[in-house]
Ligand binder design. Sequence first.
Ligand SMILES: Cc1cc2nc3c(=O)[nH]c(=O)nc-3n(C[C@H](O)[C@H](O)[C@H](O)COP(=O)(O)OP(=O)(O)OC[C@H]3O[C@@H](n4cnc5c(N)ncnc54)[C@H](O)[C@@H]3O)c2cc1C
Length: 427
Amino acid sequence: MSKDRKHIIIIGAGFGGLYSAKELLKGNKNYKVTIIDSRNFHLFQPLLYQVATAQLAPEDIAYPIRAIFEKNKNITVLKEKVSSVDLDNMFINVDCGKLYYDKLIISVGVIPEYFGNANWQEVAPPLKTLEDALKIRRKILNVFERAESEMLHPCDENPLNFVVIGGGPTGIELSGALAELSKYTLKNEFRKIKPERAKIYLIEAGNSILNGFPKKLQLAAKKSLENLGITIKSNSKVIKIDAVKVEIETNGSTEIIESKVVLWAAGVKGNFANSILSTNNNIKFDKKGRVLVENNLTIPNYRDVYVVGDFANIADEKGMPLPGTAPVAMQQGTFAAKHIKGKSSKEFKYFNKGSLAVIGRNAAVADFGTFHISGFFAWVLWVVVHIGYLIGFNNRVLVLIKWAWSYFVRKSTSRIIYRSDMRSLRK
Ligand SMILES: Cc1cc2nc3c(=O)[nH]c(=O)nc-3n(C[C@H](O)[C@H](O)[C@H](O)COP(=O)(O)OP(=O)(O)OC[C@H]3O[C@@H](n4cnc5c(N)ncnc54)[C@H](O)[C@@H]3O)c2cc1C
């Protein structure tokens, strides 16, 4: 590689990786950039719950990486899983061999954390990938279908109960959307069952949902969820999950909730902390497996390697790790690229634009530090912000129209259960 055309490798085309690439491409042709992802698409994770609850189609929130960089000739896109990084010799390993870098940006995100109960993942899927969302969608729709059939030909018990574990933003978004689906979207489509009678349980181990949000917003969110008929069980620890039920313990007493749809939104951990990076003794990880980075987002002792986004742990001014959110990943991605170009300040500083969490179709909570809002206006804000984030999505307007349509008519057609899905149901 000639010295005047530095090779920059970006691992991961999530928010961190894409923003790094976009910044590197601005006005400078002195770099050869390779962006590598094990998938061929960028996934807009904040709208995953809409796919999982059949309000949007998978294509609405996933966009081919190649299409994003179609016009940028100095960027190469590779669909490869990176298996290891040799920091000392400055190369990465992919299936087809070694790739050497001058600078490396790692933005591989996080994976679900089951706190020592990895076997729960099969029965209580997480919501992290497109496949997860489709699996959840299939499970939810099949439970309604099966319940209708059972009214004609009684077979196995199939209560219309749904359990969401974890009262963070993902958990409340999922349970709110589930309530909307059963109460409105499916309402008049069945003859024997009443989908609107479905029971949704939200289980939270802490004493409140939306831990980290101001008390006032926690209470507003709780009220909105309860108005949707969702039962919130806080201080409740999950003891056991199997294919048909969940066992929880609340203040010393145990309870069993029968449900064939249990969804996991309770935690995440560092992605390949235990494989490609941890073999190097110089790297320090936090308890969640995220890399502890320097103030300029590089790995201590490796100033050519940046870690950005969910996989990085860097503290805010209060000493707390920055949250795993899209704006953090975007700002860090941009910073790393500017740092490489010699155009950024020495230290990364996060500009906090606030936190938002949506609850169903009409309500959200928004925390802007000094002021908070909840209800309909927070929801409108959430929609505007998220449409704005739909990076490189040429169909942004289309998604907005679709969204608006499903908002007004409360219907969606993204509810196809493919044949193979039906087979898996019968198993
Ligand atoms: C359901 C859900 C809802 C969310 N809602 C919000 C929200 O409303 N607002 C908000 O701000 N944030 C939200 N987030 C968080 C936000 O999506 C993340 O903070 C953000 O995606 C982090 O970006 P990232 O680049 O660090 O990682 P990611 O976006 O996760 O991207 C990582 C990429 O790395 C790739 N990769 C991983 N390992 C390898 C490997 N070994 N080789 C090659 N490629 C690899 C993956 O395929 C992936 O494309 C939500 C997340 C989820 C899951």
